[in-house]
Design a protein around this ligand. Structure first.
Ligand code: CP
Ligand code: NVA
Length: 310
């Protein structure tokens, strides 16, 4: 594992190892700090073309707590924002920093950055994938429910955004039942479903069918970053709100997850969000622990954690 660009590239074994390491690092942090500092002497760069609260803060804290230093580069402030190609940016940074964390639109940009820079590269969200978030979500399910084996996970909202796509690949690899409910026009394409090849993933336009007996109910914004102002798209989601009424169909002991930021009154009600704030903010905190596991794995080719990664 040299980069972390999409959950699609990870085997179940790798996902499980990262989550086990995240659990270890979380406990270590609570007990006074980390014994090993695999990022000591390293400088990492974050290049962000989109806004961020959780991702930015968790990486800044995570890199520092693992012994490294980190710089935040908004694409507005660097030449990338004035049209310098990603491959040139990559070749410059690749000679100066030890790793890069990138948030942008096009998945191909993070792939190109990884290839041209030859330094460990982490996808901090693209239009296609949000691998850091899905890792934190899985960690939260493991902590809250003991694991995902035999569980049903529902995703209600945009069935073809970065989060629903990440859930589909996680379900394929880990084998849990996933049901995505989305309106016509926001469903995964037939081609995508064919490429996924996952009989345990089902797609419906009926939110009740998705939520029925589910232990985990997930949602995300109706309009992702870059889609602001798409009023016609937003109108499609009228029946896809996670509210008390919908949750009556879920398993009695369900949890609700939301990657945040949340738009109350749209994809989730204030009441549901506040009733499930414990799991939702645990999920947000878990970004820090999950990403630290990724950083440890990438920082020195896994040497410090040889035992964990084989
Ligand atoms: N969930 C998430 O990625 O949040 P930010 O956009 O605040 O980083
Ligand atoms: N789908 C959302 C996720 C935000 C963390 C977006 O891309 O804006």
């Amino acid at each position: 594992m040299t980069h972390f660009l999409s959950i699609e590239e990870l085997s179940a074994k790798r996902i499980n190892r990262l989550i086990d390491l995240a659990i270890e690092l979380k406990a270590e942090r609570k007990n006074g700090g980390h014994k090993k500092l695999p990022l000591k002497g390293q400088t990492w760069a974050m290049i962000f073309t989109k806004s961020s609260t959780r991702t930015r803060v968790s990486f800044e804290v995570g890199v520092r707590e693992l012994g490294g230093s980190i710089m935040f580069l908004s694409s507005n402030d660097i030449q990338l924002g004035r049209g310098e190609p990603i491959k040139d940016t990559a070749r410059v940074l690749g000679r100066m920093v030890h790793g890069a964390i990138i948030r942008t639109f096009d998945q191909q940009d993070v792939v190109d950055f990884a290839n041209y820079s030859a330094i460990p590269t982490i996808n901090a969200l693209t239009d296609d994938a949000h691998p850091c978030q899905i890792l934190a979500d899985l960690l939260t399910i493991k902590e809250r429910l003991g694991g995902w084996e035999g569980k049903k996970v529902a995703f209600v909202g945009d069935g073809f955004n970065n989060m629903s796509r990440s859930w589909m690949w996680a379900a394929k690899e880990l084998g849990f039942e996933l049901c995505i409910a989305a309106p016509q026009g926001c469903l995964p394409t037939e081609q995508y479903v064919e490429r996924l090849q996952a009989p345990n993933v089902s797609i419906t336009t009926d939110p009740i069918e998705a939520v029925k007996d589910a232990q985990v109910i997930n949602t995300d914004v109706w309009l992702s970053m870059g889609e602001e102002g798409q009023k016609e798209k937003e109108k499609l989601f009228g029946d896809y709100q996670v509210n008390q009424e919908l949750l009556q169909h879920a398993c009695a002991s369900h949890i609700v997850l939301h990657c945040l930021p949340a738009y109350r009154g749209k994809e989730i009600t204030e009441r549901v969000l506040e009733a499930h704030a414990d799991s939702i903010f645990q999920q947000a905190e878990n970004r820090l622990h999950a990403q630290k596991a990724v950083l440890c794995r990438l920082a020195d080719g896994g040497q410090t954690f040889r035992g964990m990664f084989g």
